[in-house]
Write a protein that binds this ligand. Structure first.
Ligand code: F6R
Length: 607
């Protein structure tokens, strides 16, 4: 899972542009990176390095021949899928005879079988990657016509890919082709052509862009481009580049994660501004276009990771506020289940990036069966937003850093609004509807209070980092928060954490009880407060350490993180922020690289 870039022609030195893009999108994968550049006389140079893009920048400064005018180049930041993190396994890959060079984002599922076939034909491989197999397959199937050769190859490989391919025999040409993995083509008025896995990298460079469809073959030749699908020349919709420059700044924050956490109150206000009038308690129906259809009897939610956790909350809201049957599924599992598609079911996809391969795969499957689909997506014009019938944007702003925080809060804000919107059309009482809305208006202030008193969380985090295993416990509306906090905690501290419904403890997990296994229990003063106290007693009876997150003083707990009171349905907003900060301070105390946790990347564009 990687991020790929291509730049062709004259505006600036290709090396500068490519390095700038790599730095911008490094958070998407940071196991290794490289640039490969050409000049108009056919000279080329490759510079690669493992780990951070900063290493590559230093190496380029030291080793790239600055006397050449590099007008053409490709680049790549890698998150390893096949093959260890090493310079050999770092792209660009070429075939044994050096006829083709390519960069690949994705996974080729049948690469091993193709590799065996090629080895039987005496092809030799220098590394272990699936991408190198594509390069040799291009050579093996070479017909003399560049585009035809690429077509033969894509008919043989299975899996997901976005490929930029160069051919020694076709200087000045580049072919791009994709299946499942994202790829954007863009250009400006000066005959500069750009390719990127993500349009954000291109802001400030290109004026127009085209999202390539699966199987499209885009061929750049003689300063022109042509797109073909099934051998027929086609045109795709040309769009304006409409995003602001993506220069992220930490301001005074120690880490980007902390900055994104602190943006949450403003984001909630922004999301509500256009959708709700808090004075007369009305909602803007236009903002929920596609959800108005009252014949839906069931809602099925699909997502991954943090986005899935937001969905779990939704199922509770739907039943509590909208009285509508709803279920949430993890995308990577759902695809292999028997899915009932009918006219009364709405399938809702939630995703920050809109590019998560597991979710897109289910979405495509459902679309082929004419299902009704709706997207709740942060990145405008991402694949999920383009493929779903209707949807809304969560508008959290660009979430750059790996651990999702503000996108989650934006998602749950949209979810409350959607549940209220549907609820008022169903059986939700006016009194409850009004109450939830007026409490929602106060949530940004409550989060500000948590941020202002975050030393209490910092203190607890300091005490916790001496342990290695943690339980996050929940009941009812706190389900998604315990799930999400446990995910965030393990993601950035690298400590083991599990989440469990408190009621399940005595059905097995209590066997793990010992004094080295702290428990974090979300126990606000809600309907189930008394039950939570019983759980604490069960734990304390065995001398476990208990951290509670509550608006009440809990004598039985070892440490209580104090939050502010709201209604049962909206406690998740405050407890979620505590979970984020607890994870953050624990990771910081352990000296972890918080914004770029090991082995992870921001957008998971492979299945
Ligand atoms: C965790 C995290 C991931 C993502 C997941 C889905 O902090 O960021 O678990 O939530 O990969 O990504 P999206 O929401 O882009 O579909």
């Amino acid at each position: 899972m990687c991020w790929i870039f291509g730049y062709i022609w004259t505006k600036d030195s290709a090396d500068k542009i490519l390095l700038h893009w790599l730095e911008r999108l490094e958070y998407r994968g940071y196991d290794s990176a490289w640039i490969f550049v050409w000049d108009n006389n056919g000279n080329s140079q490759l510079v690669k390095s493992v780990w951070k893009v900063g290493n590559l920048v230093t190496k380029v400064q030291k080793t790239l021949d600055q006397t050449k005018n590099w007008t053409f180049g490709i680049a790549h930041t890698r998150w390893a899928t096949h093959g260890w993190i090493s310079e050999e396994n770092t792209h660009p890959h070429h075939d044994m005879n050096n006829n083709f060079v390519l960069v690949h984002n994705g996974i080729i599922e049948n690469y091993f079988m193709i590799k065996k076939e090629l080895e039987a034909k005496w092809y030799k491989f220098y590394g272990e990657t699936d991408s190198e197999v594509i390069a040799n397959l291009l050579d093996d199937l070479r017909t003399g016509d560049f585009a035809e050769t690429v077509d033969l190859v894509v008919n043989k490989i299975r899996g997901a890919y976005a490929l930029l391919i160069l051919s020694k025999r076709n200087p000045g040409e580049m072919i791009a082709v994709k299946l499942w993995s994202p790829l954007v083509f863009a250009y400006d008025n000066h005959d500069n052509f750009y390719f990127s896995s993500d349009k954000q990298a291109l802001s400030g460079y290109a004026d127009k862009l085209i999202y390539l469809d699966d199987w499209d073959i885009l061929h750049i030749k003689d300063k022109n481009y042509q797109i073909k699908a099934n051998w027929i020349k086609i045109s795709r919709k040309i769009e304006d580049m409409d995003i602001d420059s993506l220069e992220a700044s930490k301001w005074d924050y120690k880490h980007f994660m902390l900055k994104e956490i602190s943006e949450q109150p403003a984001i909630i206000k922004r999301i509500c501004k256009w959708r709700v009038n808090f004075v007369d308690k009305t909602m803007n129906a236009e903002a929920f276009h596609g959800m108005q259809d009252e014949h839906f009897k069931k809602i099925v939610f699909v997502g991954c990771g943090t986005s899935y956790n937001a969905w779990v909350l939704w199922t509770y809201f739907m039943e509590d506020l909208a009285w509508l049957e709803s279920v949430a599924f993890i995308a990577s599992e759902y695809e292999y289940q028997h899915i009932n598609v009918d006219d009364e079911t709405l399938f809702v996809f939630i995703s920050q990036s809109g590019e998560t391969a597991d979710s897109i795969s289910v979405l495509k499957l459902l679309k082929s069966r004419w299902a009704h689909t709706f997207g709740v997506v942060n990145v405008v014009w991402s694949t999920i937003s383009r493929l779903t019938d209707y949807g809304l944007f969560t508008r959290a702003g660009a979430e750059i850093w790996v651990a999702s925080t503000k996108a989650f809060t934006a998602q749950i804000t949209c979810i409350v609004l959607l549940a209220l919107f549907l609820g008022q059309k169903r059986w939700l009482s006016k009194a409850k509807y009004d109450k939830v809305l007026s409490e929602l208006e106060k949530i940004p202030e409550l989060i500000d209070e948590i941020l202002d008193t975050s030393e209490q969380i910092q203190e607890v985090a300091k005490k916790l980092i001496q342990y290695k295993d943690f339980f996050f416990l929940w009941r009812h509306f706190q389900v998604p928060i315990a799930r999400e906090s446990s995910l965030k905690f393990k993601e950035i501290t690298y400590l083991h954490s599990e989440f469990y419904p408190s009621g399940e403890l005595k059905h097995g997990p209590l066997a793990l009880v010992d004094a080295n296994y702290p428990t974090i229990l979300f126990a606000p003063n809600d309907l189930l407060f008394e039950k939570n106290i019983s759980s604490i007693q069960e734990i304390k009876a065995r001398d476990w350490i208990v951290v509670t997150v509550s608006d009440k003083d809990i004598a039985q707990s070892d440490y209580n993180i104090k939050v502010w009171t709201t209604i049962d349905e909206l406690y998740p907003f405050v407890t979620a922020v505590v979970g984020q900060l607890l994870s953050y301070y624990a990771a910081d105390g352990l000296g972890r690289e918080i914004d770029k946790p090991r082995n992870l990347a921001k957008s998971v564009t492979v299945k």
